[in-house]
Design a protein around this ligand. Sequence first.
Ligand SMILES: [Zn+2]
Length: 257
Amino acid sequence: MSLIQTEALVLKQFDLGEADKIITFYTKKEGKIRAVAKKARNSNNNRVSAVVLPYCYNLIKVYKSKSLDRLNSVDNIHRFEDLRNNLNKMAYAAYFSEMVEKAGMEYHPNQNLFNLILKTFYKMSKSPIEKLENISVVFKLLFLKYIGVQPRINYCYECGEKQKTLHRQYFNVREGGLICSECLKKRNENYRLLKQNELDLIKRVYRSEINSLDDLDVNIDLIRNLDKLIDQFILYHLDLNLKSNDFLQIIKDFDKN
Ligand SMILES: [Zn+2]
């Protein structure tokens, strides 16, 4: 049995038997980890149960074993209480967590992905709910980059021509990128015209990362249209089938009405 110490975010938890919980963490050093927290449901053990709630940021020690790993100790760094207390923030936090949980592999570290979700939680907790849709677009684009399926927006995927020489940009979800107008004539597929302001926004996110939209007054329709395209991309390339998406859609529809 080996002991691992690492920073970790709680992605989800569920009860195991009468007294225990199984916690899924995304950790800085080891990627995804699932570990049993013994007696975490016991009322005498409130200290542990309060910091293994979803989205808590902790320093954990885990005993790695051949069967189920076991949580040895947990020291809280930040609780992100506002992500559980606000319904809108909770819906997004659950959605991002499930994306990371589904795409992240056990004992396969991805520090960029860890930093992304941690920074996103901090950003969400500091931001008004009106900014959540912007944060979501930034999160999803960077998520795609860090798991290695970034949309190709600088060259035509067919002939390699640089995007700046293209007159109009057409995006193909299946091929994962832009096609130039010359190559487009030879192909008969579904393309989505990518407007210049949409392309600029994607480039801005990849250039400036998590804070890219902070000082920008972005049109909400632009964000929503781009968000739909990114969702199609995620669905086609990752097929994550996220349960949390249903709740998120309800929250979004409610806010629009
Ligand atoms: Zn081309």
